[in-house]
Design a protein around this ligand. Structure first.
Ligand code: F6R
Length: 235
C-alpha cells in the first residue's frame, strides 16, 4: 500500500479527482467504484469541476456504488440520492449508467460488475471502526455482496444525517470484501482525527478480520490518502 499524507483535505481532493479525471480521459468507458459519506464529497466537487472544464464525456461511464441502506424511511438519506446530488446530476450521468447493490439476490451484483469488465478504480472511505463499505468487524474476507447488520458504532456515526439514532436503518446491503478486492485499483481516503485508530489498525501490515480495511494489505494496487488528523497515530 502506498500511503500519502497531505496537509489539507483540498489537496487530497485535488489529487484523487485528478486520478479519476485522467482515467475518464484515457478510458471513456471506464467502470468506476463509488463511495458515499462525508469523505469523498470534496473529491466529487473537484471531479465535477475538472470534467466540466476539460469537456470530458461521461456518457460511456458505468458506476457501481459500494452500499445502500435497507428499509430506509427517509428517501433523501438514500445513497442513490447522495450520488445524484453530488455527482450524477451535476455531471449528467444517466440512471441506467449507475448501479447500487440490490436487496434481492445481492450476489448478482458481483456478476454484474464482472460482466462490465470489473471496476477500474474504486474509491473508499473508512469507518471509525475500520469498516470499508459496510463490511463490519469480522466479516469473512471472502464475502461477496451481501446484507449486513450495521454495527452500533456505524449507526451512531451516521445518526448525524437522521433526526434521531432510532431512525438510522439497522441493515444495509454492501459490496463484500472479496468484491472490493477485485477492483483493479483502489484509493482509500481517511480524513479527521476520528479515523486515526482505524487507520493505524489498517496499516499495521497484517490483515485481520477485526479491522476489515486491513484486507487491503493483500491488494496489489492501493493508495491511501490521509490528512494529518487521520495520520495522527502513525508518527
Ligand atoms: C459509504 C461507505 C462507508 C464510508 C465510511 C466513512 O459508501 O462505504 O464505508 O466510507 O462509513 O464514512 P464518512 O466518510 O462519512 O466518514
Amino acid at each position: 500500500m502506498q500511503v500519502i499524507i497531505k496537509k489539507t483535505i483540498e489537496e487530497i481532493a485535488n489529487e484523487v479527482s485528478e486520478k479519476f479525471a485522467t482515467l475518464i480521459e484515457k478510458k471513456p468507458k471506464a467502470v468506476l467504484g463509488l463511495a458515499t459519506g462525508s469523505t469523498p464529497i470534496p473529491t466529487y466537487q473537484k471531479l465535477v469541476e475538472k470534467i466540466k472544464k476539460r469537456g470530458l464525456r461521461v456518457d460511456g461511464l458505468t458506476t457501481f456504488n459500494l452500499d445502500e441502506y435497507v428499509n430506509l424511511k427517509f428517501p433523501k438519506e438514500s445513497y442513490r440520492h447522495f450520488m445524484e446530488e453530488h455527482l450524477f446530476h451535476p455531471l449528467g450521468i444517466k440512471r441506467e449508467q449507475t448501479h447500487f447493490p440490490p436487496e434481492v439476490n445481492p450476489e448478482g451484483y458481483d456478476e454484474l460488475i464482472q460482466k462490465h469488465g470489473g471496476i477500474d478504480l474504486q474509491i473508499l472511505g473508512i469507518g471509525s471502526n475500520g469498516h470499508i463499505a459496510f463490511n463490519e468487524a469480522n466479516t469473512p474476507f471472502d464475502a461477496k455482496t451481501h446484507i449486513v447488520d450495521l454495527a452500533p458504532s456505524t449507526r451512531s456515526d451516521n445518526s448525524r444525517f437522521f433526526p434521531s439514532l432510532d431512525d438510522v436503518p439497522t441493515q444495509a446491503v454492501t459490496m463484500g470484501l472479496a468484491t472490493i478486492m477485485e477492483a483493479k485499483e483502489i484509493i482509500l481516503i481517511a480524513t479527521g482525527a476520528n479515523k486515526m485508530k482505524a487507520v493505524k489498525a489498517m496499516l499495521s501490515g497484517v490483515a485481520t478480520p477485526s479491522c476489515p480495511a486491513s484486507i487491503l494489505n493483500h491488494h496489489p494496487n492501493v493508495t491511501v490518502y490521509l490528512d494529518e488528523g487521520a495520520a495522527g497515530l502513525l508518527y
